[in-house]
Design a protein around this ligand. Structure first.
Ligand code: ATP
Ligand code: MG
Length: 329
């Protein structure tokens, strides 16, 4: 039998710029509380084993529970981005947001996909609602008119619906068309600690707006055969946005999703991801489980639907890891 790893994409041309791989900078303007435990960058110590084999034995308690924040804002904006469909962008946005809110953070989720899956997944009705589309085209000026609370304390949403599919056409003739989302979010940034933008699976103008509005980008990556294909293009897009529109944009990390440690194939893909991206891969790995579709149908995050399930524990750990890495307050 042919060696399956021999067929793994070689990522021709994937030169990840060194400064994109630099450690995420903690925001200078926010002071850490004296009592806040400083988390070890688990797994990133020199010589620490980083392999798919090690993942299955990892426990979900590597990062400390973040200390309460003495004050809120200004928000760090994170784009959840991968132009490949169905890799876990929306699931990650919802569960990371709910987990951060569970740790006392004030979180705003922006549904930036006309499919409206994030809005639905948080039980938000978009019928007759003011949506991100109304803000983008200037029909509604105050972002607060579109913000809806969810059932989770500290977690708000700007919803989207199918109207958003017309936005790219509308925006194309606008002045500073790539900066429209940034100017919208700037107006509410002081009221939140974290803003998560759930992107649609494309690298079009909406995604460029999300990257321009963000401090960091997270890339959920499905642990399957063709996952790495397309990442080179995504990295190239991130790099273009950095050099032309948003020099402060950082790659916060690659999140392996839908990992099934029982298959050789998934382990090989994960090892290749570690090889290419090194410490930029989150320690937290999201396993594959049918609980996610179940939670989506119920319209609640898995951290609420099945809080003790390993996948819920994994997302709570991701929230703690993000704080420990300085990518969230
Ligand atoms: N870890 C997982 N294990 C199993 N199923 C999952 C997992 N994460 C997400 N799913 C399911 O996979 C599907 C796609 O996930 P999701 O909608 O989060 O991906 P996406 O990247 O946002 O997709 P799109 O590109 O269409 O916006 C959903 O049905 C979701 O419930
Ligand atoms: Mg989605």
């Amino acid at each position: 039998m042919a060696n399956p790893s021999a067929d793994l994409p070689e990522l021709p041309g994937l030169e990840v710029p060194a400064d994109l791989l630099a450690p995420t900078r903690a925001r200078p303007e926010r002071r850490r509380a004296e009592s806040e435990p400083v988390a070890p960058a688990a797994g990133s110590e020199p010589g620490a084993p980083r392999s798919a084999e090690a993942v299955s034995t990892r426990l979900y308690n590597k990062f400390p529970v973040p200390a309460p924040l003495p004050e809120h804002g200004p928000a760090r904006v994170i784009a959840m981005c991968n132009q490949k469909g169905g890799v876990g962008k929306t699931t990650t946005s919802i569960n990371l947001a709910a987990s951060l809110a569970g740790y006392g953070r004030r979180v705003l989720c922006v549904d930036f996909d006309p499919q409206g899956a994030l809005s639905a997944g948080l039980g938000i009705s978009t019928h007759n609602a003011t949506t991100i589309y109304d803000l983008l085209i200037g029909r509604e000026q105050d972002p607060r008119a579109a913000i809806q609370p969810t059932d989770f304390e500290g977690l708000d949403v700007i919803p989207a619906n199918i109207d958003l599919s017309a936005a790219e056409v509308h925006l194309v003739t606008e002045v500073a068309r790539e900066q429209i989302l940034a100017s919208i979010l700037r107006r509410v940034a002081d009221e939140y600690d974290v803003i998560i933008v759930d992107c649609q699976p494309s690298l079009g103008l909406l995604t460029v707006n999300a990257l321009t509005a963000s401090h960091g980008v997270m890339i959920p990556l499905e642990c399957e055969y063709f996952a790495l294909r397309g990442v080179a293009l995504l990295i190239e897009t991130i790099d273009k946005v950095r050099s032309r529109l948003n020099p402060a944009l950082e790659l916060d990390g690659i999140l392996p999703t839908m990992f099934d440690g029982r298959t050789l194939h998934a382990r090989e893909v994960l090892d290749r991801v570690y090889e290419v991206f090194g410490d930029k891969v989150f320690d937290t790995v999201i396993g594959r489980t049918v609980k996610f579709p179940d939670a989506s149908i119920a319209g609640v995050p898995i951290v609420e639907f099945a809080p003790t399930h390993p996948a819920a524990q994994a997302y709570r750990q991701l929230a703690r890891e993000l704080v420990a890495r300085g990518a969230a307050a």
